[in-house]
Design a protein around this ligand. Structure first.
Ligand SMILES: [Zn+2]
Length: 261
């Protein structure tokens, strides 16, 4: 079977050592979705790939692709733009890492999704520029956009069961039903949360594109929003969407419990 040459924009999701001098690189590409390649000689001191294989970097990659193979060959890789400066804080770096991990875990190779690609580049560069108290809301916005790009948008404005607007300070959020549930429809349907927290998420969901000046600051009840979004993605994406990068963040200095009320 003939080989084809693929030239595409790509984000470096993950790299692993391979043999003495090479790397196994997982890209999320603009035109071909997830793509795994070998970068021969990438760990040699004067490798032609240089810093272009650093995690979370957006590059122009040229690969030889043979459809019968799982692993393709990277021939050229160059930085397209300066990489996002996430090293300024451990939290930004960890959310950037979680953003890449989420795409890696929720996608299979060879299925392009341009919206997902745009979500990922948007969040990585956004994380470098938002204010400190916008960092987590940006990640929540990204989780909502990823869910939408993969075809499971949560309902946040009306009760998913009866269609009514929410009344009163409390409601339920059900990953299985796919959104908010009013008090009348169901005690025990998912996790209990404050209406203001769901309203916050609904506000994020209504932002058409990411803009720093439109992004709200983190609200007081972060734990229940965090739990609702993770639960939703884990329910729809399966165990594979449980993110190690977020577990690492949890182990840092977060004092607020991640549980609900
Ligand atoms: Zn209802």
């Amino acid at each position: 079977m003939p080989r084809t040459i693929v030239k595409t924009r790509a984000i470096v999701l993950r790299t692993m050592r391979m043999g003495e001098t090479s790397r196994l690189v997982t890209f999320y590409t603009q035109e071909h979705g997830k793509l795994k390649v070998t970068a021969k000689g990438a760990r040699k001191p004067k490798s032609k790939f240089g810093a272009a294989l650093d995690l979370m970097t957006e590059v122009q990659a040229v690969c030889y692709v043979k459809e019968t193979r799982d692993l393709q060959t990277l021939t050229e890789c160059a930085l397209l733009v300066p990489p996002p400066d996430l090293a300024q804080s451990l939290e930004r770096l960890s959310f950037g890492s979680a953003a890449c991990e989420l795409v890696d875990r929720l996608t299979i190779e060879g299925e392009p999704n341009i919206r997902l690609y745009q979500c990922l580049t948007g969040v990585l560069y956004g994380l470098a520029e938002v204010d400190q108290n916008q960092v987590e809301p940006l990640f929540w916005y990204y989780q909502l956009r990823v869910a939408e790009a993969l075809g499971y948008r949560p309902e946040l404005r009306h009760c998913i069961s009866c269609g009514n607007e929410f009344i009163g300070p409390w409601l339920w959020f059900s990953a299985a039903l796919g959104g908010g549930v009013c008090v009348a429809c169901g005690q025990g349907n998912g996790v209990r949360m404050a209406r203001q927290s769901l309203n916050f998420l609904a506000g994020l969901q209504s932002l058409k594109t990411y803009r720093k000046d439109a992004l709200p600051q983190a609200p007081p009840r972060r734990g229940e929003i965090r739990a609702a979004l993770r639960g939703f993605l884990e329910y729809h994406g399966g165990e594979r969407s449980r993110l190690r990068s977020l577990e690492f963040l949890d182990s840092l200095s977060r004092t607020e419990p991640a549980a609900t009320v």
